[in-house]
Design a protein around this ligand. Sequence first.
Ligand SMILES: Cc1cc2nc3c(=O)[nH]c(=O)nc-3n(C[C@H](O)[C@H](O)[C@H](O)COP(=O)(O)OP(=O)(O)OC[C@H]3O[C@@H](n4cnc5c(N)ncnc54)[C@H](O)[C@@H]3O)c2cc1C
Length: 362
Amino acid sequence: MASNKPSYLIIGAGVFGVSTAYHLITEHPDSSVTLVDRDAFDAYSRVAASWDWNKAVRADYGDIVYCQLAIEAQDVFKSDPLWKPYFHETGVYWICRGEHAQDVINNYRKLGRKADISAVPIDEARKMYGGLFEDADYAGAKEVLVNRTSGWAAAGDCLRAVTRKALDLGVKYVTADIASLQIENDGRCSGVKTAKGAVLTASHVILCTGAFTPKLLELSAASSGRNDLRAGSRIVAGGITTGMATLDEESYKKFAAMPVGFQENPTDPRTGPFIGSLPPTADRELKWWGQTIFTNTREVVPGRFISAPPAEPDYAQWKVPGKLKEDIRYSNRVFYGNKGATWKMEKHRICWQVMHRITMTI
Ligand SMILES: Cc1cc2nc3c(=O)[nH]c(=O)nc-3n(C[C@H](O)[C@H](O)[C@H](O)COP(=O)(O)OP(=O)(O)OC[C@H]3O[C@@H](n4cnc5c(N)ncnc54)[C@H](O)[C@@H]3O)c2cc1C
């Protein structure tokens, strides 16, 4: 006899999928919760945007809803023993060319949240943190947002730890590539079909497939004949380059406790995305992400062109063209000037994520 208990298939084991699985099994310990991902959770290399050496954990958003949600998440990072070991409250140092600093400070005020946060004049900011950012590009900058309550997390380590915890609590993990959703005649999604033809079913199917989502929906629309499944222009897969340099011992000592650096794009602050630099890992690797956000638009099914990560199993994430590597050199220059002139850039990666808006294509 079929069970009446709810069952959950969560496709994608990045931060959204794993958090969802963890919360579902915590709230409903009797239910069946299964995570499905094309990569093993402890694989040496994964395509998930969430799988990374480090990520900024900040509530410095101009949008008050994002700000509130991120403050809640930060509180969990700072207090819950599961997440706490991975969080580093180093602060953020955000070179602002528009109203961002004031918007964030106003959001904190409106939310009644007290924090060590301020908009610092450029001359004063340059001297902070032992002058680490004194040679940054401040052209057109108005002020620097310094929020000492933000920071960064060891993203990959944290993701593995929370996945292990979810598995301990009873979540199942299936490694499989999902080819399409199974849509019934009444429009209900009853499961998914793997690339090898196996069908997995559940009462609830939750997609947390990141950058692959628009393609998966397009393939599912084609196989089910339901065009309303298509993502349309709501979400787009975009790639951004990251790069790292290994610091020598002396530089590492200077940079080890640095805040996360952000810059509203010096090239075009009105439309350009922001770029960033994350503090060095325990292996002394300092990281940047670049300014170019690009799409990879291909014919996914006859007559349907959408952006998706490259078809290779690893999204070709380690094959980074010279033009994109230049993005990282540029980020280095506008953050550290001469200080970083001799650093050798290594470990370039293209990180694919789903976005609402893409500002550039290449
Ligand atoms: C360069 C860069 C820097 C960023 N920096 C930050 C930062 O500092 N702070 C921050 O908060 N955010 C940052 N982000 C954003 C953040 O990484 C993403 O918002 C977040 O990781 C998305 O998580 P996710 O779970 O939705 O997707 P992902 O982490 O991409 O996970 C999706 C998972 O779905 C799986 N999957 C997809 N399709 C299928 C399929 N068909 N079958 C099986 N499995 C499938 C993939 O294997 C993957 O594991 C950054 C993003 C980029 C690109």
